[in-house]
Design a protein around this ligand. Structure first.
Ligand code: ALA
Length: 489
């Protein structure tokens, strides 16, 4: 009987990136700067422009600033662990690949399957947010789309009108999948341009909004708990951290492109930690300004600023800056596109690795003869992401993304501890400091955020993992390349 905990040796992992598999090899085209841009491209998106307001309105009030600090600390610990592994094992597949070498095939499969939540559902969540801001822009020109065609069937208006399908979300997913199929190099250039626009708009909002902060909106800074866990008070700060955690997702997407980095040993830590630090500082400032400009109560689920919250804040509370609202909306649309692009890219690379290892069908690692991209994988992925983008509300997809990612982070932190013991002598171009304290803190902080996500999200995560088990035992276990070679260690 094949061993569920068979492990790939580090040498085998590295060999897989070396090109011996002919058409299953990706080109190394990304510089360190492109990797930082890739990280920021994935990080700044729906989390800051949509979920900040939702967390403030429903969970934490102005103390969403603390939620960002807490989530940032968790990501910092996990980021250091990611950087160590990504520099040491610079192959595509991210946390999945690291776990294969440390915790064995079954756990690696679980993490690979779990990463689908992060990347595929993350892309779906942002496509829904894209639709929200597009609608806001169209309203400026008097062309708002009918509610039914830009919301999922589970979204209902106060008047009882149900959505049918989120067409703009589907549109952006199709457009970006085409771009990805065309090639990584082109995608990276488009991404770098968009990242500059996105940073400019976040900085402008902070600088201009600063003058419109009403101190009364920040009092009390931590609103009193309403009696329910996660509804304001300190439990609200914890729940809010789980919600805004979404805003940090993406720095680890850098590691999924390790196999395409020109100099992964230097580029990985730079890309991961550099993008994380820049974004954490911006988020803290941004959330402080947003909750100072507009009362958090406007952002509650039924509040006036519930959708396209940043545009709402500018239009209603920053007189004379209507043009900025339009500019922000356009920039946000471009910014969200770059997030979706990186997440889709990350997802297809995870599928690539799973397929190369035989845990998923070969079709996911077949490259286009001319563009050298996993185009079939991209198209199948489009089908999956499209179902969520078109038919599932953004906050549900977003919470599933967050809990799946937090779970992946916990396993990555554990993997660092195990590898330090088992592969003591392997060259580590970047070493996380204070091991095992840093990974243990990563496990603790990320687990606390998982607890804050609540039972509905725990159930969704378990259901997703159960589907993954079925696929592994009915397909992956038998087709595993490791099972069919003598490479076990
Ligand atoms: N961090 C990304 C976002 O906020 C996923 O959209």
């Amino acid at each position: 009987m094949s061993n569920l905990f068979r492990k790939k040796s580090l040498a085998a992992v590295m060999a897989d990136s070396g090109g011996e598999h002919g058409s299953h090899t990706l080109k190394r085209t990304l510089s360190s700067l492109s990797l930082v841009a890739l990280g920021i491209g994935a990080i700044i998106g729906a989390g800051i422009f949509v979920r900040t307001a939702a967390a403030a309105g429903n969970n934490a009030g102005p103390a969403v600033v603390y939620s960002f600090i807490l989530a940032g600390i968790g990501c910092g610990f996990a980021g250091l662990c990611y950087a160590e592994l990504a520099a040491m094992i610079p192959v595509s597949g991210s946390a999945y690949t690291y776990t294969y070498a440390t915790l064995g095939e079954l756990i690696a499969w679980i993490i690979g399957w779990d990463l689908v939540l992060e990347y595929a559902l993350g892309a779906a969540t942002v496509s829904v947010a894209w639709s929200e801001y597009l609608n806001n822009l169209l309203h400026h020109f008097g062309w708002g789309m009918p509610f039914q065609w830009c919301h999922s069937p589970f979204d209902v208006t106060a008047a009882g009108l149900h959505g049918i399908v989120n067409l703009p979300a589907l549109f952006i997913l199709v457009a970006l999948t085409c771009l990805l199929i065309k090639g990584t190099q082109e995608s990276a250039i488009v991404n770098t341009v968009i990242v500059c626009i996105k940073l400019a708009i976040v900085l402008t909002f902070i600088a201009v909004g600063w003058h419109f902060v009403t101190p009364a909106n920040h009092v009390p800074f931590v609103p009193e708990n309403t009696g329910a866990f996660g509804s304001f008070g300190w439990s609200g700060v914890l729940r809010g951290a789980g919600v805004v955690f979404f805003a940090y997702i993406g720095f680890d997407a850098v590691s999924t492109a390790a196999q395409e980095a020109k100099n992964p040993q230097k580029g990985m830590p730079w890309g991961i930690l550099g993008s994380l630090v820049i974004c954490t500082v911006l988020y803290i400032l941004f959330s402080w300004v947003l909750t100072g400009v507009t009362s958090y109560k406007d952002f509650a689920n039924a509040g006036a600023g519930h959708e396209a919250s940043v545009a709402f804040a500018i239009e209603h509370h920053m007189p004379g800056y209507g043009w900025l609202a339009t500019l922000v909306t356009v920039a946000v649309l471009a910014g969200f596109s770059s997030v979706i692009l990186v997440l889709l890219l990350g997802q297809s690379r995870v599928f690539f690795s799973l397929s190369r290892d035989g845990l998923m069908p070969k079709i996911f690692s077949e490259l286009h003869p001319r563009w050298n991209t996993p185009w079939k994988s991209n198209l199948i992925l489009l089908g999956l992401v499209g179902v969520f983008g078109g038919f599932v509300p953004g906050h549900i997809a977003g919470d599933m993304t967050s809990i799946g990612t937090l779970f992946a982070f916990v396993l990555v932190c554990v993997a660092v501890i195990i590898l330090r013991k088992k592969n003591r002598d392997t060259h580590r171009p970047f070493r996380a400091p204070f091991v095992p304290i840093v990974p243990i803190m990563g496990v603790l902080v990320c687990s606390a955020m998982i607890l804050g996500e609540g039972w509905e999200n725990w159930t969704r995560l378990l259901a997703w993992l159960a589907i993954g088990f079925v696929i592994y035992f009915s397909y992956g276990r038998k087709h595993s390349r490791l099972a069919n070679t003598a490479a076990d260690v």
